[in-house]
Design a protein around this ligand. Structure first.
Ligand SMILES: [Zn+2]
Length: 98
């Protein structure tokens, strides 16, 4: 499986407000890749660039490594932020179907 890469898409995600539930902070967003095998994550390789969530630095750290969350809670939160991120990319016209 080849990995989809798109720098413009990564930049578009980083331009969004944080999409973690109850956050919404602007200006600190990072493009957070999925850590799930089904999304193309592997040893030393990031998931596909379309498996991104817009997360601020604090939410990114909490969801990736937070000790106060279980593995399944972290995955649920990332998945929810990912769904919101993809929706917002389309709603803001940052992804256009030719
Ligand atoms: Zn946040």
């Amino acid at each position: 499986m080849s990995h989809y890469r798109n720098e413009k898409l990564r930049r578009a995600v980083a331009s969004l407000p944080c999409q973690a539930e109850d956050c919404g902070i602007e200006g600190q967003t990072q493009a957070s890749h999925s850590n799930q095998l089904r999304d193309g994550k592997g040893m030393g390789i990031k998931a596909h660039d379309y498996r991104l969530a817009a997360l601020c630095v604090a939410c990114h750290q909490q969801i990736d490594q937070g000790r106060d969350l279980s593995r399944s809670e972290r995955q649920e939160r990332w998945d929810e932020a990912h769904r919101r991120t993809i929706g917002l990319l389309f709603e803001r016209g940052l992804v256009v179907v030719k």
